[in-house]
Design a protein around this ligand. Structure first.
Ligand SMILES: Nc1ncnc2c1ncn2[C@@H]1O[C@H](COP(=O)(O)OP(=O)(O)OP(=O)(O)O)[C@@H](O)[C@H]1O
Length: 238
């Protein structure tokens, strides 16, 4: 039976008079991959921040693997086995790729095991050629792959990624999509993403946000051909 690994019920986040997330019910099954899309200001980032402990919702609940995590901080959520990549870089520029990934693995396992884990993640993410290079010297796409490596080092069962493809070349995006599909073998994944080419290529289920609410939940093909969604993106009234 497919297990629900992430659920929100009535998730609401108000900033003064602005309701950025409005009564959002959301459910993700194990090994499911879901992209969150929507026009600027739709509430995607706010929803993501409520999931990842960066914001405390005004109302509603977040449940991960049967544990209510609504008011947990990010550190506790990560320690629970959730890999999080925010838009704020988590890599350390002054140390090598291997050291960055090793430090991430060491949070979860012994020193010896972290050595093996770093080697395994570097291979999985095709970072062998730059393993000993300082992260500060890498190209943008490589840095983003290291960010994913830091997530992968914790063997997460749930991965939450905010705009992993931002600013990437199409070659980098293809490589990133391959890695994400591979991660999906062992984790459920939520991705907030603006890049429509990325969404089309990754060919997955999509949740469309509009004015803080869920407008539609469906496969990307159905979403892209939906007139209401098109109107929302073109700024017409939904
Ligand atoms: N810290 C905050 N204080 C006040 N209002 C906020 C705050 N964060 C977000 N908002 C408002 O909440 C609404 C939703 O914003 P949010 O950033 O979640 O949308 P988004 O879909 O992620 O947009 P984008 O694609 O531009 O990142 C917007 O009206 C925004 O101005």
């Amino acid at each position: 039976m497919t297990e629900t690994v992430l659920e929100t019920i009535g998730l609401t986040m108000k900033f003064g008079g602005v309701t950025a997330c409005d009564n959002v019910d959301f459910e993700l099954k194990s090994q499911e991959l879901r992209c969150l899309i929507g026009p600027n200001g739709a509430g995607k980032s706010t929803f993501f921040k409520c999931l990842t402990g960066l914001l405390r919702p005004s109302l509603g609940t977040v449940t991960m693997k049967n544990e209510e995590t609504t008011n947990w901080d990010t550190h506790s959520i990560t320690s629970f086995g959730v890999g999080i990549k925010t838009q704020v870089p988590s890599v350390m520029d002054g140390i090598s790729v291997r050291e960055n990934i090793w430090l991430a693995a060491r949070r979860f396992v012994s020193t010896n095991r972290a050595n093996d884990k770093a080697t395994e993640v570097i291979e999985r993410l095709s970072l062998e050629d730059v393993a000993n290079t300082e992260v500060g010297r890498l190209a943008h796409g490589e840095r983003q792959r290291v960010e994913l490596g830091i997530v992968a080092a914790g063997d997460p069962w749930l991965v939450l990624l905010d705009e992993p493809a931002a600013g990437m070349t199409s070659h980098d995006v293809d490589q990133m999509i391959e890695i994400i599909h591979e991660m999906k073998q062992t984790a459920a994944i939520v991705i907030v993403e603006h890049d429509m080419q990325f969404i089309r290529t990754i060919a997955t289920n999509v949740t469309v946000f509009h004015q803080g609410r869920v407008l539609m939940d469906d496969h990307v093909d159905a979403v892209m051909s939906n007139e209401t969604v098109r109107n929302v993106y073109l700024g017409k009234k939904a």
